[in-house]
Design a binder for this molecule. Structure first.
Ligand SMILES: [Zn+2]
Ligand SMILES: [Zn+2]
Length: 306
C-alpha cells in the first residue's frame, strides 16, 4: 500500500488567510524553518492505479493537480475510486462540492456524517444532477468491508471504521445531539500483505477503542492539531481548549505523545497540524520532543510505502 499525503494542515491551512499568529507571519515572510501546508487529505492505493482519498479538503483541486497519479487517463476519467470521510467538518468534506462536474462519485461515511452533509443542504443538489452521481456507502464502526469504486472492481484494500471521541461539525452544533458516529478513525488493511494503516486525523481523546485500533498497525497517522491544550487562548486566538474542539493535545501529561509512548507501531506520523502548533517549526523543542518519541510530522507530498 502506498500512502501519499496531499495535505497535512488542520482547518484553515498553513498559513491561514486571516491569521497573523507568529507561525503564519513567519511562514509568509520566509523567516521560519517551516513549510506551508494545505488542509488535510491523504491518497492511498494498493496498485497505484485506483486511489482512495481520506477526506476531501477545500483545496482538493490543487491537491489533485499536484499529484499526477490522480490525473485523468481519458477525456472524462478519474483514478479516484472513492472518498472516505472521517467526520463532517468542512475542512474534511467541502471538497466534495468541488468534484461536481457530473462525475460519478463513491463516498464512504457513517450515516451521521452523510446525513449531516446531505440534509437541509441546498448546495448538495449540485451533486444530484443525476440519481447515480453520488453513491454513499455506510461506514459502520466495527464492520470491515472491501473498498471499491463505482465499477465494484476489487481494490485490494478494506476498511474498518472505529468510533473516536469527537463532536459534530461546528455548523451542526446545537441542531442535533452529539453521536458516537460523528467522528471515526479508519483501519485500512491491504489484502495481499495484511498491512494496516490506522488513520486518526481527529481524536478528542485516547479511548480504549482508539488505543486498540492503533496497536498492531504498521503505520499510524494521528491527530497533531494542537501541541498544548490552551494553545489558542494562550495566543489570544479564542477561548476554546483543544479538547473542546475535539482534539487531544500532543504535549503535556495527558497528551498523546505521553499516552502513546508504548505504541509498538514502527511508523508514527502526526497529521492535521494547526497553523499555531510549534511542531510546524523544524527547529522547535516541540519538534525535537516528537522526534525523540519516534514521531514524524506529515508534510504535503510525503509518501509512505507499507
Ligand atoms: Zn479538521
Ligand atoms: Zn496562524
Amino acid at each position: 500500500m502506498v500512502i501519499r499525503v496531499l495535505g497535512s494542515a488542520a482547518g484553515g491551512g498553513f498559513p491561514q488567510w486571516n491569521c497573523g499568529c507568529p507561525n503564519c507571519r513567519g511562514v509568509r515572510a520566509g523567516t521560519l524553518r517551516a513549510a506551508a501546508r494545505t488542509q488535510e487529505s491523504v491518497a492511498l492505493s494498493a496498485d497505484r492505479k485506483r486511489w482512495f482519498l481520506l477526506n476531501a479538503s477545500p483545496e482538493i483541486r490543487q491537491q489533485i493537480e499536484a499529484f499526477p497519479p490522480l490525473h485523468p487517463q481519458g477525456p472524462r476519467h478519474s483514478p479516484i475510486a472513492a472518498i472516505l470521510l472521517t467526520n463532517g467538518d468542512l475542512d474534511h468534506c467541502l471538497g466534495l462540492l468541488s468534484l461536481r462536474e457530473s462525475h460519478p462519485l463513491v463516498v464512504y461515511a457513517t450515516e451521521r456524517v452523510s446525513r449531516g452533509f446531505i440534509e437541509d443542504n441546498v448546495l448538495y443538489r449540485t451533486l444530484q444532477r443525476s440519481p447515480e452521481q453520488v453513491t454513499w456507502r455506510a461506514l459502520k464502526p466495527g464492520r470491515e468491508e472491501a473498498l471499491a469504486g463505482v465499477d465494484g472492481a476489487p481494490s485490494g484494500l478494506s476498511v474498518e471504521p472505529v468510533a473516536a471521541p469527537g463532536k459534530p461539525p461546528i455548523h451542526l452544533e446545537g441542531l442535533r445531539p452529539p453521536d458516537a458516529e460523528d467522528n471515526v478513525g479508519l483501519r485500512i488493511r491491504e489484502t495481499a500483505t495484511g498491512r494496516v494503516l490506522a488513520y486518526f486525523s481527529g481524536a478528542g481523546g485516547l479511548s480504549p477503542a482508539v488505543h486498540e485500533a492503533l496497536e498492531g498497525a504498521d503505520c499510524v497517522f494521528f491527530d497533531g492539531t494542537f501541541w498544548s491544550s490552551d494553545e489558542l487562548p494562550a495566543l489570544g486566538l479564542g477561548e476554546k481548549r483543544a479538547e473542546q474542539m475535539g482534539h487531544v493535545p500532543i504535549g503535556g501529561a495527558g497528551g498523546s505523545l505521553a499516552a502513546l509512548a508504548g505504541l509498538a507501531t514502527p511508523r508514527r506520523i502526526f497529521i492535521h497540524i494547526n497553523n499555531t502548533n510549534p511542531l510546524l517549526r523544524e527547529d522547535s523543542p516541540e519538534r525535537a520532543a516528537a522526534r525523540a518519541g519516534g514521531w514524524d510530522v506529515a508534510h504535503d507530498g510525503m509518501e509512505v510505502s507499507l
